[in-house]
Design a binder for this molecule. Structure first.
Ligand code: GLN
Length: 479
């Protein structure tokens, strides 16, 4: 059972059994004790946290009703801008960057009473699947310190898994919320593209970037999504679609829901233990009254190459802004403007970021644009149509989140292609813009968590949350 959840914290603070201040202190103590080993946090913002905790405690003392996240200690992936608090995106190039404004999702969390503990470690500019691409240090998986926590939101997942935050925000461009959630044994939700404003999120690939929660329970994910979702005038791609009360919808009965199972997600390369755990989870959902329906997503095998063309193309354009003039690092002792640009970017970016800028620039260059970028966009449309077709028959699709459980540090870091291929089950949803959630569904023999992924229709987070919640309830009452 999770130690504290959003509601347990809020109600304890409301009823004056304890204070928001004490909760924050308690978490900072744990961070101090555990985090040297784990490496989940890059920056703590104690002052801001304690001011907010004080504000909440004063409200509670006056007997005022507290907002939904009152006193809840949360962590933020360091790709979200925080006013006055260092924001690095895991990169040396932003080592000393202090943003002048807050990311919308962060502002909404704080307005709902959350206490922001600090900023979490991640792969540089969110590029990676293991957190080993952080320019500062790798993160270790709290379940097994010799293993990676997944990436790129590995710090956020590890912080929640190790009880160093009640909840966290991450970002998902090709799986970076769901895959680390699965590796660390927590819940990770990627909303529909456009559901949550990207204002203040440091851009990796703008047509693929999503902000979403990592939590201990599905209900907590629903509470956070309800808080951060909805149109934001500062992000023209944020959708003007009503936000349902995800929490109220959680307990609607599941009987009769149709869940799709696609053979393409149970093919070669899937670890046997992962397959067994996911199939057993799907059986439980069937016993609970869902109908399991075979579906086909025939273009799945193109998803990884399509993703790595589009994501790198967009990244090469987004990262052009780090030129030593506007933000962060600038090379010293240079003799000309072009030397300044070159040396700044050479010193500031790590190997993976450079690799992607080169790949993306190549894919966009005259003569190759049609063959690579344009072609990838066309196949992206086919992938999206696969899902539209499948969702004519089913309400949600169930798959493994990742083909394996957490791998060892160093195991794939010299082989970028092997690392990219491990994203096979997650990149499809980002490309199609549909929502997905990963929830724990068992362990390997080595006690490593396994994740079940549930994918939904555009703007239908409510259904995948409902299925995930039901699964959580079934398995908790059994064990
Ligand atoms: N692992 C993928 C990549 O390296 C996804 C990253 C992400 O979702 N931010 O690009």
């Amino acid at each position: 059972m999770p130690s504290s959840t959003i509601e347990s914290v809020r109600s304890a603070v409301q009823q004056r059994q304890t204070t928001a201040f004490a909760f924050a202190e308690d978490h900072y103590r744990r961070i101090q004790k555990e985090d040297e080993q784990i490496g989940a946090y890059l920056t703590l913002c104690r002052e801001r946290a304690m001011e907010q905790a004080d504000r909440i405690d004063r409200l509670a003392a006056e007997g005022k009703p507290l907002p939904a996240l009152a006193g809840v200690p949360v962590a933020l992936k360091d790709v979200m801008s925080t006013r006055g608090v260092r924001t690095t995106a895991g990169s040396k190039i932003l080592d000393n960057y202090i943003p002048p404004y807050d990311c919308t999702a962060v502002a909404r969390l704080e307005a709902a009473g959350a206490v922001l503990l600090g900023k979490t470690n991640c792969d540089e500019f969110a590029m990676g699947s293991s957190n080993e691409n952080s320019a500062f240090r790798p993160v270790r998986n709290p379940r097994d310190l010799t293993r990676v926590p997944g990436g790129s939101s590995g710090g956020s997942a590890a912080a929640v898994a190790a009880d160093m935050a009640v909840a966290a925000l991450g970002s998902d461009t090709g799986g970076s919320i769901r895959q680390p959630a699965s590796f660390c044994g927590v819940v990770g939700l990627m909303p529909t593209y456009g559901r949550v404003s990207r204002y203040g999120l440091i851009a990796f690939a703008s047509s693929l970037d999503h902000i979403g929660p990592l939590t201990k329970t599905v209900k907590d994910a629903a509470i956070i999504l309800r808080t951060i979702a909805g149109r934001d005038p500062m992000d023209s791609t944020s959708a003007d679609v009503p936000v349902p009360d995800y929490v109220a919808e959680l307990d609607r009965p599941m009987r009769g829901l149709k869940l799709g199972m696609a053979k393409e997600y149970f093919a070669e390369g899937l670890d046997d233990q992962v397959r067994q755990a996911v199939e057993a989870a799907i059986n439980k959902l069937e016993e609970a009254g869902c109908e399991i329906v075979p579906v086909s997503l025939p273009h799945t095998r193109y998803a990884v190459p399509v993703y790595y063309l589009i994501a790198t193309a967009e990244a090469s354009s987004n990262l052009a802004r780090y030129d030593g003039v506007r933000y962060g690092h600038r090379a010293a002792g240079v003799k000309s403007l072009s030397e300044m640009y070159r040396r700044t970017r050479d010193e500031g970016f790590g190997a993976e970021v450079k690799r992607r800028i080169m790949l993306g620039t190549y894919a966009l260059s005259a003569g190759y644009y049609d063959a690579y970028y344009l072609k990838a966009q066309k196949v992206r449309t086919l992938l999206t149509r696969d899902f539209e077709e499948a969702f004519r028959k089913v309400d949600a699709i169930v798959t493994p989140t990742s083909p394996t459980a957490a791998f060892r540090l160093g195991e794939k870091s010299d082989d970028p292609l092997a690392m990219y291929l491990a994203d096979i089950y997650t990149v499809t949803a980002d490309l199609a813009g549909i929502p997905g959630i990963s929830i724990p569904c068992g362990e390997t023999k080595e006690k490593l968590p396994i994740g079940l992924q549930i994918l939904g229709k555009h703007f239908d987070e409510a259904t995948i949350l409902r299925v995930a919640h039901a699964y959580e309830q079934i398995t908790q009452s059994v064990s």
